[in-house]
Write a protein that binds this ligand. Structure first.
Ligand SMILES: Cc1cc2nc3c(=O)[nH]c(=O)nc-3n(C[C@H](O)[C@H](O)[C@H](O)COP(=O)(O)OP(=O)(O)OC[C@H]3O[C@@H](n4cnc5c(N)ncnc54)[C@H](O)[C@@H]3O)c2cc1C
Length: 441
């Protein structure tokens, strides 16, 4: 069964939660203030509501992001972050807005006097935390900040921002003095703390109790590894082909986990992963000893093959994107499929085309279509030269009805965008194309 609420319902819930504080303020019965003051208050209330909601759409709650997908959830998270930061910046400025138009220097003086008041300290602290959050998110690569350090800082600063902002609203907020809004902000603070405790407290404990251990690690090819996990339970891990889990291999801090797509088929006892060397963890796989304990959180993700799918399936993988595609291919090989199954798999060089023998054997045994492409270097038998362009896609789609075909793509973002554009030009509706972007930041 599909996890998660329908996207329309999630959008409606978020919208309702974002405007609820404004509605409560409007219904409070307080006599209205001057328009700039009301605007300033409104911006502050909306910014705080969005700040709290950022903890809900962090991509770690399957109920909310299960059907939307982690990629789109994170895009929403980033868009909401910029919107709320802008609102929070404009919040104090709105109070002096009329003076800003008539006498700018006087307005700035007024603004300075306003924010310098001791009772505004928590509001200023919230703004500083938000500014640091935005700044670090945009400069972490240049600063060389390790990914996991950035994640811990991101959550810590986010929580501090909400804490300071709630204190600010409760201590100086005009409408937040009312019982209803007070309760909303305290519940919001509870939600933010609860989201972190759940993700980095409860989930790691539950994940560790599943008893997963490293069963084997082997080098697959140039910069790629296969990791296999097993656990004592006779029950196979329940997931849909294409989904991913968060893994923390060995003793690691609760926030030190990484998302990886499952490459084995549902129903298999062990879980297999294909890992590309990227950074600290994925470059230390040669030192990983069998028996090392592993925390598993999942399954997650909307890139999944649903039971009951009867359309023809075209799988497209580039680089490490073969991982979830392999799970789907393996699942279809085991379970059979009533319509054609085809795979296009591209890599830079032949040594990075993984599982070639297995793919060719399955294609021959099950009658699946297989197109392998490399951009440069040696050309082994059965492998073509070049990118996944319109000619390759036309060949893969030959004889298929675009209205009865599902395309699932996982690979580098530029490749996915180019391929999706070509597919649409070839008559595939956007709703028939599913993506996994491997992006979480
Ligand atoms: C849904 C999803 C599924 C994924 N599936 C696979 C897979 O099957 N195989 C595979 O090789 N890779 C996959 N990735 C990417 C993988 O998570 C990162 O390459 C990995 O976390 C790098 O960890 P590291 O400790 O080696 O690198 P780090 O030293 O932590 O970082 C190196 C770089 O990798 C990126 N990165 C680090 N951690 C993450 C993270 N948690 N999420 C996204 N990017 C990160 C950052 O840009 C960072 O700068 C997937 C990512 C997502 C979001």
């Amino acid at each position: 069964m599909r996890q998660g609420l329908p996207p329309g319902l999630v959008a409606a819930l978020f919208l309702a939660a974002a405007v609820a504080p404004l509605a409560l303020a409007a219904l409070s019965g307080e006599p209205p203030e001057a328009l700039p003051t009301e605007m300033g208050i409104g911006l502050g209330l909306a910014a705080l509501a969005l700040m709290v909601l950022q903890f809900a759409h962090s991509g770690r709650f399957e109920t909310l992001s299960g059907r939307i997908g982690i990629d789109r959830t994170m895009r929403l998270h980033r868009a909401a972050a910029l919107a709320l930061f802008t609102m929070a910046l404009l919040h104090p400025i709105a109070f002096v807005f009329p003076a800003l138009l008539s006498a700018p220097s006087h307005a700035l003086e007024q603004l300075w006097r306003l924010v310098a008041k001791p009772r505004m300290a928590s509001g200023v602290a919230a703004l500083v935390c938000l500014a640091l959050l935005v700044l670090l998110s945009h400069t972490r690569h240049r600063l060389g900040l390790p990914y996991q350090t950035w994640r811990a800082l991101h959550a810590g600063l986010g929580l501090a921002a909400v804490g300071f902002a709630v204190e600010h609203a409760l201590s100086v907020g005009l409408y937040s003095e009312g019982e209803a809004l007070r309760a909303v902000w305290l519940a919001g603070l509870g939600l933010a703390v609860g989201a972190l405790v759940w993700t980095w407290g409860v989930k790691p404990l539950l994940g560790a109790r599943q008893g997963w251990r490293v069963a084997g690690v082997r080098r697959l090819g140039d910069g790629y590894w296969e990791l296999v996990l097993s656990r004592p339970s006779p029950e196979p891990f329940a997931f849909a082909a294409g989904q991913f889990v968060w893994l923390a291999v060995g003793r690691r801090a609760p926030w030190d986990d990484n998302p990886f797509s499952i490459a084995s088929a549902p129903g298999e006892r062990d879980l297999a992963f294909v890992l590309r060397e990227a950074g600290d963890f994925t470059r230390s796989l040669n030192r990983l000893a069998p028996g090392t304990p592993v925390r598993v959180d999942g399954p997650h993700g909307a890139f999944r093959l649903d039971e009951g799918e009867t359309r023809a399936i075209l799988l497209i993988a580039g680089g490490a994107g073969i991982a979830p595609v392999l799970a789907i291919w393996r699942h279809l090989a085991r379970a059979g499929h009533p319509a054609p199954v085809r795979l296009i798999y591209g890599a830079q060089v032949a040594t990075k085309l993984l599982y070639r023998e297995e793919l060719a054997a399955t294609a021959a045994a099950r009658g699946f279509g297989l197109i392998l492409r490399v951009e440069e270097g040696e050309l082994p038998e059965g492998v073509g030269r070049g990118r996944i362009d319109r000619a390759v896609l036309t060949e893969a789609l030959r004889g298929l009805d675009p209205a009865r075909t599902l395309v699932m793509i996982c690979g580098p973002r530029p490749m996915m965008l180019a391929v999706a554009g070509e597919l649409e030009a070839l008559g595939l509706p956007p709703s028939a194309i599913l993506y996994e972007a491997f992006v979480y930041d």
